[in-house]
Design a protein around this ligand. Structure first.
Ligand SMILES: Cc1ncc(COP(=O)(O)O)c(C=O)c1O
Length: 496
């Protein structure tokens, strides 16, 4: 016993400059010694006075730490005889597995067959950004967000009726927010939807997962635009979808290609207002063709309108869901672009015949975004700040787009930046002989972010390209970014 106690005392290191209190440090150190077998079950702890002296702290501090371990059941205090390591540690604690005895899979947890299968096809998403600059994609102009309005509304709601903002909330989403979303969609897209059709989610990504959970069986065939959105791809894969890469041309998803590859599809995922990432707007005839194919296959279409608020020219095409006579289209929207991504706020608008099924899903096993966040967003919309912000951002993104297109002239011969009709990213085609991955790596070394087109492809596209984000890059950032691209060895040799 003496031997163990001595080892115990000498192994304890306390740091008076650390942010954790001395009592917490002592508690953690004693717990580590016990759990690592430095003190065995039934062994007696040195007296608190001895511990205090040896570790150089007050007896009260030692007693605090020991009391905490007693309350957790690691130590047992016996009146008159001292404090002992609990017998439970011997009797019930699973013995640690040695590396040699571990299964060949090593330290990895055993994941489900479904995820194991999906994982091999997942698009890697560790690139998702949190800071702007040239040519970061998927991030709005965070510096232009009207934080003063947001914080004022937020402060007001913190003092509001606690039953409204602090309880579990309505499963399908805070009613005033669902009403505000329905009003917004009617103005933006001519959608005539009832707030009961709106389901608030933690971002579009959550909506894709829920749609997959509700509608897909493992192995169901799902048409995906190729190239296309990587988040939706992963969400549907994780729900057991068998993805069918469908070609995209200037009119959007090539329905004929989908029909040739998988006529009996269960779901089609499309981005008709701004194809992700190529930027095409789906033509009206292609929209009707898709709706007809979905009706014939008894399939559902997921319309992802991730940046539809930001168009440069005339008002956009009406939503696919608003020309859908047969209730086959689920419209998914997000506040990640129109407000900011860390809100984790999105929504699905489901056709009337699907409301009951979604209501049950949300009520019985769903869990949405915090009601407080939803309430702030609702008031932000009701007070008109959302509409104003979108109007201003439309102008800002257009101005940044114009700078990009102007500056991109300097890349002619090597990089052809394509026109787009809205949003805040646009694709660029690389001249033959330029390697996409090399350009991306060379730019990254010089502090410029580029998205390779391959990131969005399910199968090789036979065309090297980039996707350039301009929403979160100032005109100076864009000019600097283009100058850097001009100087890259991979590009410089091909310039006109
Ligand atoms: C195609 C597409 N859909 C949706 C989203 C937004 O997803 P979330 O609402 O989960 O942030 C993005 C974000 O970049 C996107 O590119």
């Amino acid at each position: 016993m003496k031997h163990s106690a001595g080892a115990l005392l000498s192994s304890i290191r306390l740091d008076r400059r650390a942010s954790k209190s001395i009592s917490v440090q002592l508690y953690l150190a004693l717990r580590d010694v016990i759990l690592s077998g430095g003190l065995r079950a039934g062994e007696r702890l040195p007296a608190t006075r001895t511990l205090a002296k040896e570790t150089g702290v007050s007896r009260t501090t030692v007693i605090d730490a020991i009391d905490r371990l007693v309350s957790e059941g690691m130590l047992v205090s016996k009146v008159g005889s001292g404090t002992f390591v609990s017998d439970t540690l011997d009797r019930e604690r699973p013995p640690p597995v040695t590396d040699a005895a571990r299964a060949p899979s090593g330290a990895q947890p055993r994941v489900s067959y479904a995820i194991n299968h999906a994982d091999s096809a997942f698009a890697r998403r560790s690139w998702l950004p949190h800071r702007g600059g040239a040519f970061v994609t998927a991030l709005p102009a965070l510096e232009a967000f009207p934080m003063a309005h947001w914080s004022r509304i937020s402060a007001r709601l913190m003092r509001a009726d606690r039953g409204v903002t602090m309880g579990y909330g309505e499963p399908k989403g805070y009613a005033p927010l669902r009403r505000a979303i329905a009003t917004h969609l009617s103005a933006l897209k001519g959608m005539n939807c009832h707030p009961d059709q709106v389901f608030v989610t933690t971002g579009a990504q959550h909506a894709f997962s829920l749609i997959g959970q509700l509608l897909l069986n493992p192995g169901d065939r799902v048409w995906m635009e190729n190239p296309g959105a990587s988040g939706a791809r992963n969400a549907l894969l994780a729900e057991g979808a068998e993805l069918v890469p469908v070609a995209v041309d200037g009119e959007g998803l090539v329905v004929q290609d989908g029909l040739e590859k998988a006529p009996h599809f269960r779901l089609a995922f499309v981005t008709p207002s701004h194809q992700q990432p190529l930027g095409h707007v789906m033509s009206l005839s292609r929209r009707f063709e898709l709706l007809k194919a979905a009706e014939d296959a008894q399939a559902v279409v997921v319309e992802d309108d991730y940046d539809g608020e930001f168009y440069f020219g005339n008002a956009p095409q009406p939503a696919l869901s608003s020309i859908d006579a047969n209730e086959r289209v689920i419209y998914v929207g997000t506040f990640s672009k129109s407000l900011f991504p860390s809100l984790r706020l999105g929504f699905a608008v489901v056709p009337p015949r699907m409301i009951d099924a979604f209501d049950r899903l949300f009520a019985d096993w769903g869990s949405g975004p915090p009601t407080m966040t939803q309430a702030i967003a609702a008031d932000f919309m009701d007070e008109g700040h959302f509409a104003t912000h979108i109007r201003l951002m439309r102008r800002l993104y257009k101005a940044r787009y114009d700078v990009l297109m102007q500056e991109a002239q300097a890349l002619k011969g090597a990089v052809e930046v394509q026109e787009t009709s809205g949003g805040f990213h646009t694709p660029a085609v690389l001249a033959p002989g330029i390697d996409e991955a090399t350009v991306v790596a060379q730019a990254a070394e010089r502090g410029v972010t580029l998205a390779p087109l391959a990131r969005y492809s399910l199968t090789p596209l036979g065309q090297a390209g980039l996707v350039l984000g301009f929403g979160c890059a100032s005109p100076e950032d864009i000019r600097h970014g283009i100058a850097v691209l001009r100087g890259l060895p991979e590009i410089a040799q091909k310039l006109d």
